[in-house]
Ligand binder design. Structure first.
Ligand code: SF4
Ligand code: SF4
Length: 114
């Protein structure tokens, strides 16, 4: 869960869903992963702050998703790793436990509809 460090500017898809309340099911708003990578994301992104490089925008579903959870092996051997990797990642990010991000998003005045 991203820690509070004061205001932070993130670039988010305008069609992304609004963040639900803490404890509600994750809707893929992407806010948490755009603000700060999880421990796995820190390793992949090689940074502790800002957007995770593994985050993916799914235009057809209009939501974000973790690229690690969607990773697909390219060979017979790596395909065997897909399920255990997803299961491990789901445990790492407590997938299915509800939103645990206490972040609040605010749209800058200039970006609001006239
Ligand atoms: S955990 Fe919460 S903030 Fe993160 S993508 Fe899901 S709903 Fe959005
Ligand atoms: S690794 Fe996945 S869950 Fe973790 S911050 Fe990156 S996109 Fe989000």
């Amino acid at each position: 869960m991203p820690k509070s460090r004061g205001p932070q500017i993130i670039h988010i898809q305008p069609e992304a869903p609004a963040k639900p309340a803490v404890g509600q099911p994750c809707n893929g708003c992407g806010l948490c992963c755009l603000a700060e990578p999880c421990p796995v994301g820190v390793v992949l992104s090689r940074r502790r702050h800002g957007a995770c490089v593994a985050l993916r925008w799914l235009p057809m579903e209009r939501r974000y998703s973790c690229g690690v959870m969607r990773w697909q092996g390219q060979s017979t051997v790596t395909r065997l790793l897909e399920r255990p990797l997803r299961a491990w990642m789901a445990r790492m990010i407590a997938a299915g436990q509800g939103c645990d991000a206490t972040l609040e998003a605010e749209v800058p005045k200039a970006a609001e509809e006239p």
